[in-house]
Design a protein around this ligand. Structure first.
Ligand code: AMP
Length: 297
């Protein structure tokens, strides 16, 4: 069989035969996610249904390659584990893939929200542990040459009991149809997007993930998004207002980027104005996530 030769391990048994869907738990960037029970073992898993490119029949080799990358990365304890991949067909006869992941009971977005609702701060020890796990997971991905490109609290799954954090939604960006919007009316969030991506850079690096890590760090401290823009322009203006409007001197090449325009001129402010609860060492660490960006140009 062609698929087995690729080594991506796409199983022959259909998802319907192997799993009992329990309920929809989320709507990801690339498709619906269900909590499901594996019939053979009784084990609870997360089943992610992903649509493939519409004009293609079967599973393209590029997708199989992506799935094997995902499998390889999910060996890391801080990346959500991909346990299996099953192929199926939707009502229109189009090929769909079911990615079978270990089930995690919450995510960082919900976790932060629960603290916001009760008015409590997230304990510094918890923030340190979550950040450490996030950095370990990202280091593992970067060490294998893979960028996440869309890190955000919603994509960081957690186990409430053990406080384990695991990175999800990895490496799918190239394999599956790139979404403009979610299936629901929620627009894709720009809040964690690095300025070079917002400015239309075509060559970007690990710094785009480190930018997102910094935004997530600040949000853990304040329980509010650091830069909450509702359009690409607004997102850039939020960033420039805090970090200063970039120019050729601090960021060589910035004015050559595809979506560069003239922007209002702001001077950089201290990060402590945006993240007042953070101590000196924390602010120093946070500043690294912006430095890595301008140094990369
Ligand atoms: P994603 O496609 O990864 O953005 O997932 C969308 C939503 O589905 C997430 O916010 C989670 O609520 C849920 N989800 C995704 N993966 C899992 C998983 N492995 N375990 C439990 N819930 C998940």
């Amino acid at each position: 069989m062609e698929m087995e030769k690729t080594g991506a391990g796409v199983a022959v048994l259909s998802a319907k035969e192997a799993f009992e869907k329990l309920e929809k738990v989320g709507e990801g960037t690339y498709g619906k996610v269900y909590r499901a029970r594996e019939k053979a073992t009784g084990k609870i898993v997360a089943l992610k249904k992903t649509r493939l490119h519409e004009d293609q029949e079967g599973v393209p080799p590029t997708t199989l390659r992506e799935v094997s990358i995902l499998r390889m990365l999910s060996r890391d304890p801080h990346v959500v584990r991909l346990m299996d991949v099953k192929q199926g067909q939707n009502k229109e006869g189009k090929t769909v893939l079911y990615l079978v992941f270990e089930y995690m009971d919450t995510d960082l977005k919900k976790f932060i929200r629960s603290f916001r609702q009760t008015g409590q701060s997230i304990p510094p020890q918890t923030i340190k542990s979550l950040m450490y796990q996030l950095c370990k997971g990202i280091a593992f991905c970067h060490g294998h040459g893979i960028l996440h490109r869309d890190l955000k609290p919603h994509n960081l799954l957690m186990d409430r009991k053990t406080m384990m954090l695991k990175i999800a939604d990895l490496g799918l960006a190239r394999a599956f149809t790139v979404p403009i919007k979610k299936y629901t009316h929620e627009i894709l969030t720009l809040w964690y997007r690095a300025p070079e991506v917002l400015l239309g850079a075509t060559h970007y690096s690990m710094a785009v993930d480190i930018w997102s890590v910094g935004c997530i760090f600040a949000e853990l401290v304040t329980k509010q998004a650091l830069f909450a823009g509702d359009s690409e322009l607004q997102q850039l203006l939020h960033i420039f207002r805090l970090l200063g409007t970039p120019n050729e001197e601090v960021w060589p090449g910035v004015s050559k980027l595809k979506d560069w325009h003239e922007y209002p001129q702001w001077n950089p402010k201290s990060l402590s104005t945006a993240v007042p609860g953070l101590d000196e060492l924390g602010l120093d660490l946070l500043s690294v996530s912006c430095c890595s960006l301008t140094n990369s140009f």
